[in-house]
Design a protein around this ligand. Structure first.
Ligand code: NDP
Ligand code: GDR
Length: 367
């Protein structure tokens, strides 16, 4: 699609534009007057709900948000899209991003998350864009895997613990290699977990906040979870996409950790989420027999189901974001309490709207 640039207007290409981070990053770049091209996969059902509010009729003159069908497993379409769009910046966010699912689909995950990154970098090289196009890679705290040191920083050794993390390890190093070999402005953002009301529903935070809302509204009886003792460094996605952009605005490419520097257990996230709807939990039992009881009704509402245990688990993540603070001026502001509040509130709103004509009649506005 032909696109007229106005003045020094920049062009960005986002893979994974339909995901959580793709949606927030698109908003940010559009606010900054970029022309934003997004790569989306063909799907048998709509997969654009997170970016619908940004959609522009492609028939209008000079649209600033344009979607292209593509897939990280197909180098031909990546080359074509990059050639057509001539981006100043590529944000490679596309991935099979679910750690547990990667144990079920290890080869596909390696292809999309590992080799997919290589395909995007090779397209830049083949098209002669090594000096023009800057590249952001969505690297991850999952690279740290088995605890080597805490807090984890840019110099902490990697020890991946899932097919997802191993695929991302390849992606991390191929980015470093293309930077060194061909001088591409390519950076790895080693991002710790970041969440939001538009987080995928099967990641643990959103699963919990949805369940808290549904149980409060009487739409669900129980929440089944896996490892309650895992610890994560959870931030807000809206703040993390700003860090991605900052990395590509630096004179030199580099690798940066984005994290809050705090860690909490899954159990604690559950307690905080249920507290938002006025439910206090009391834990009894151990291991797979552990249950979370509603102290008001005495009923168990949280149970452990071993099906959610992973063959190899990442027990503890806590990041050290000092380099990003010092060099990028990036800092998180939204703490866990505010994140949980926002997620539960949004899930309550959506569920009440979907299931009740009267919005649930439970004083939702004040929850
Ligand atoms: P999501 O799972 O929400 O989004 C992933 C995106 O990738 C979706 O748009 C998805 O499309 C797309 N996608 C999946 N497979 C392919 C493929 N083969 N070809 C093209 N597109 C594909 O992830 P997040 O937004 O949370 O994360 C963004 C990136 O950051 C991912 O790479 C993730 O691994 C990484 N990351 C995420 C962290 C987090 O806490 N959120 C932390 C660290 C890294 P569709 O909508 O059709 O499924
Ligand atoms: P993670 O996120 O694996 O850290 O990867 P997820 O929310 O899936 O798991 C976090 C922790 O919670 C434990 N857990 C459960 N997880 C899920 N999904 N469902 C459950 O029922 C459940 N019960 C307990 C997990 O075992 C784990 O310890 C996310 C993804 O966004 C990756 O793409 C990203 O790279 C990393 O964060 C940083």
């Amino acid at each position: 699609m032909k696109q007229t640039r106005h003045g020094d207007q920049k062009v960005a290409l986002i893979t994974g534009v339909t995901g959580q981070d793709g949606a927030y990053l698109s908003e940010l770049l559009l606010e900054k007057n970029y022309i934003v091209h997004g790569v989306k996969r063909r799907s048998s059902s709509f997969n654009t709900s997170r970016i619908e509010h940004l959609y522009e009729d492609p028939h209008v003159e000079d649209p600033r948000f344009i979607l292209h069908y593509g897939d990280l497993t197909d180098s031909t379409n990546l080359i074509r899209i990059i050639q057509e769009t001539q981006p100043d910046e590529i944000y490679n966010l596309a991935a099979q991003s679910h750690v547990q699912v990667s144990f079920e689909t290890p080869e596909y995950t390696a292809n999309a998350d590992g080799i997919g990154t290589l395909r995007a970098l090779e397209a830049i090289r083949l098209l002669g864009l090594t000096k023009k196009t800057r590249f952001y890679q969505a690297s991850t705290s999952e690279l740290y895997g088995k605890v080597q040191e805490v807090p984890q920083s840019e110099t902490t050794p990697f020890y991946p613990r899932s097919p997802y993390a191993v695929a991302k390890l390849y992606a991390y190093w191929i980015v470093v290699n293309y930077r060194e070999a061909y001088g591409i402005h390519a950076s790895n953002g080693i991002l710790f977990n970041h969440e939001s009301p538009i987080r995928g529903e099967t990641f643990v935070t959103r699963k919990i906040t949805r369940a808290a809302a549904a149980i409060y509204l009487g739409l669900q009886d129980k929440l089944y979870l896996g490892n309650l003792d895992a610890r994560r460094d959870w931030g807000h996605a809206r703040e993390y996409v700003r860090g991605m952009w900052l990395m590509l605005q630096q004179d030199q490419p580099d690798d940066y950790v984005l994290a809050t520097g705090e860690t909490h257990t899954v159990r604690s996230f559950v307690e905080k989420s249920f507290a938002e709807v006025g439910i206090t939990l009391e834990w009894k039992g151990e291991g797979v027999n552990e249950k979370g009881y509603n102290t008001t009704t005495g009923r168990p509402i949280v149970e452990v189901d071993p099906r959610y245990f992973r063959p190899t688990e990442v027990e503890l993540l806590i990041g050290d974001p000092r380099k990003a603070q010092e060099k990028l001026g990036w800092k998180h502001e939204i703490g866990l309490k505010q994140l949980v509040e926002e997620m539960v509130r949004e899930d309550l709103k959506v569920m009440a709207r979907t299931h009740f004509d009267d919005g649930g009649n439970k004083g939702l506005v004040n929850v």
